[in-house]
Design a protein around this ligand. Structure first.
Ligand SMILES: [Ca+2]
Length: 148
């Protein structure tokens, strides 16, 4: 069977927080899609008998959520957080460490982040990109006669 249908996501070498790498591929899917009864990995790796074996996901150990992988239960966190080094508690994810999160300035906050723009630019409705102010002010300034 031809190995097709893997999107641009497949190029990442490491999955973003709360996503899991489909076995044998570079595709990442959200942890909530593991053992949800729908095959999300190209080969259905995320579904299978292991879902029943580990049906009792040890939620008590997880601060937030628990998902079942081929190798057993793992914890994951809500959006904006990532699992800590011990694999059970959640800590803030620094979105600003990911290139391209904001087009200009990025400020990491607890559980979230905020983008801002340098002077002369306006933050766009997507809250990530900046656009040069299209005002008469800047045009007037640029047309000021040079002082001799
Ligand atoms: Ca954050």
């Amino acid at each position: 069977m031809a190995d097709t249908g893997v999107g641009p996501h497949s190029r990442v070498s490491q999955c973003p927080p709360n996503e899991y790498q489909c076995g044998g591929t570079e595709l990442c899917i959200h942890m909530s899609k593991l053992c949800n009864g729908v095959p999300d990995c190209t080969d259905g790796w995320d579904e299978g008998p292991h879902c029943r074996v580990f049906a009792n996901c040890t939620l008590s150990a997880c601060q937030d959520s628990c998902a079942v992988t081929q190798s057993g239960p793992v914890c994951y966190c809500k959006s904006g957080y990532q699992i800590d080094q011990f694999g059970t508690k959640c800590k803030d994810f620094d979105e600003c460490s990911v290139y391209g999160t904001c087009s200009q300035s990025c400020t990491n906050t607890e559980g979230s982040y905020a983008c801002s723009c340098v002077e002369g630019y306006l933050l766009q409705p997507d809250n990530r990109s900046c656009k040069a102010k299209n005002g008469r002010m800047s045009r007037c300034n640029s047309w000021q006669a040079p002082l001799l």
